[in-house]
Design a protein around this ligand. Structure first.
Ligand code: NOJ
Length: 559
């Protein structure tokens, strides 16, 4: 039985998200796979991270890139085999890297045997009670049970046919119709997932990122709900749309953040506590405000929750200071570390987002017809400054593959290549998330920039991505890769992640400045240059001339 202590590795860890289909392809089919990841692990060990989180690689029809699982205890042949997973895990552990698996408990694939059994068993059966089946309303039950709208667009309900072909019940799907929601009020579902968690823990997984952890319990009675105009917006640029400057609170419909979820986390916490080695549970919880998110990481529940409030904060001094203060207060109030994150596989990459000149609601993406393309140079400069700020903050930080290369969002992805269900369900009204999922470049001169020896790539890579290739940046002073490497090394050397942050005043409202473990961190987000105090420059997101800190630049100073 592991004893809780303030030294658990995840409290200070830098966790690197691998999106398997876009990381490294070993068999030439154009889709990344587990052996591809294993082969590239040395590059991640060199980067200086502590853990990897693997987005889903389970058996799946891949309707939502693996977030539609048809067998939780097997690897999809697209990604390899269980033996490949074991090898990946062993190799990662050999490098001192932990491995976090993405658990998807809110919904299964419609191809999962449980759902197929539910369809076959018919109305009022125990099999149907594992999912959210309901009768429709109105004449012949032809109207969906309520007005809820899917996150990916369209109704959240889909109607099934009876064995005789006549229309039958409706089932709930928060996401795509191929992703039916499970009924977490049913003890049978809870038992199945405890078994699934143990399957991966027994194999040596170091924990789980929990998908849609905020959606698993729905409000009783499933009341109608009409969302406000747009929920979370992509707080990015400095001087534009009002919602970016002052992000709207993330709305809370009757299917998000219901109190019943806490009981599930307590059960899962008990399961993980039976295992050695501080296994971790990290919640994907899109709830607001931060005090509410903090409830998910009370000592007997999850360990971490993604800090989406930080991610969506506009690139403005006052807003950033506020969110950092509130995060530290909320999470430390329950004895948990704050997490920090700027990019993942669901949002516009921060090297583009931070230069957006228009509002872009979360999940909408940006594409060829979006207004006002973000300026690449401005975006990259802000991304480097933002990451340099983030990696100095106490707590745990999440990185998304490719951000260490300074990769922008692929905005020019052709419509014909798009695969995100959001794109299809909104009939092209929303571009969706493909632009941040394009396979990453490794070596400039190789086919598919080293992603795949065959040159294939499930989403086409922009022709100018050779300039971002890891090999081209390695060892090159000033490159984004070397900036990340240096920041990670210094973060570890000075123990920044476990220290107390002390705010520094007097630099003006556009400057975020603090001291942590003897290191002074100054980020200048405004147009006015800042004179730097006379101290050793440990890290700078841009070249510093004459001890002056220009706009969109972060420095770390020694004493
Ligand atoms: C959140 C995941 O991050 C996203 O990629 C996925 O589409 C939804 N959950 C549904 O599983």
């Amino acid at each position: 039985m592991s004893q809780p202590s303030a030294t658990e590795w995840w409290r200070t860890a830098v966790i690197y998200q691998i999106y398997p289909r876009s990381f490294s392809d070993s068999n030439g089919d154009g889709v990344g796979d587990l052996p591809g990841i294993t082969k590239r692990l040395p590059a991640l060990a060199e980067l200086g991270i502590d853990a990897v989180w693997l987005s889903p690689f389970f058996r799946s029809p891949q309707k939502d890139a693996g977030y539609d699982v048809s067998d939780y205890c097997d690897v999809d042949p697209l990604f390899g085999t269980l033996a490949d997973f074991d090898e990946l895990l062993q190799t990662a552990h050999g490098f001192g890297l932990k491995v976090i698996v993405d658990m998807v408990p809110n919904h299964t694939s419609d191809q999962h045997p449980w759902f197929q059994a539910a369809l076959a068993a018919g109305e009022n059966s125990p099999e149907r009670d594992r999912y959210m089946f309901r009768n429709g309303k109105g004449k012949g039950g032809a109207t969906p049970p309520n007005n809820w709208e899917s996150v990916f667009g369209g109704s959240m309900w889909n109607r099934v046919a009876r064995p005789d072909g006549t229309p039958g019940q409706w089932y709930l799907h928060i996401f795509d119709s191929s992703q039916p929601d499970l009924n977490w009020e049913n003890p049978w579902v809870r038992e199945q997932f405890e078994r699934i968690l143990r399957f991966w823990l027994d194999r040596g997984a170091d924990g789980f990122r929990v998908d849609v952890a905020h959606g698993m319990i729905k409000k009783h009675g499933l009341p109608n709900y009409t969302p406000p105009a747009e929920a979370a917006s992509m707080g990015g640029a400095t001087d534009l749309a009002p919602t970016m400057v002052d992000p709207q609170p993330i709305a809370e419909p009757p299917y998000w953040g219901q109190p019943g979820v806490h009981e599930i986390w307590r059960d899962w916490h008990r399961v993980l506590a039976e295992y050695e080695g501080d296994r971790v549970l990290c919640a994907e919880a899109w709830v607001d405000p931060l005090e509410k998110v903090a409830k998910w990481v009370r000592p007997d529940e999850m360990n971490q929750a993604f800090n989406f409030a930080f991610m969506f904060t506009a690139w403005r001094g006052p807003a950033l200071r506020r969110v950092i203060k509130e995060s530290i207060k909320a999470f430390s109030g329950v004895g948990a570390p704050s997490t920090w994150v700027l990019s993942n596989h669901d949002v516009v990459r921060h090297a583009s987002r931070l230069a957006l000149r228009h509002d872009s609601p979360q999940g909408a993406g940006i594409g060829p017809k979006s207004p006002g393309k973000p300026d690449r140079a401005v975006g990259l400069r802000r991304a480097r400054a933002a990451t340099s700020l983030m990696l100095a903050l106490p707590g745990s930080a999440y990185l998304y593959q490719g951000e260490e290369l300074g990769l922008p969002e692929d905005i020019e992805l052709p419509d014909s290549a798009r695969q995100d269900p959001t794109w299809f369900r909104t009939k092209g009204e929303k571009y969706g998330r493909d632009g941040c999922r394009v396979p990453i470049p490794w070596e400039a001169g190789e086919p598919a920039f080293g992603f795949s020896a065959s040159g294939k790539s499930w989403l086409p890579q922009p022709s100018d991505w050779g300039a971002y290739a890891r090999a081209s940046q390695a060892g090159k002073p000033g490159s984004t890769l070397e900036l990340y490497r240096a920041a990670l090394q210094l973060r570890r050397r000075y123990g920044l992640a476990s220290a107390r942050l002390e705010w520094l005043r007097g630099f003006g409202s556009a400057v975020v400045a603090f001291r942590v473990a003897g290191v002074t961190v100054i980020s200048n987000l405004g147009p006015k240059s800042v004179d730097l105090p006379d101290a050793e420059i440990l890290l700078a997101s841009e070249t510093i001339v004459d001890r002056v800190l220009p706009r969109d630049t972060t420095v770390w100073l020694g004493s």
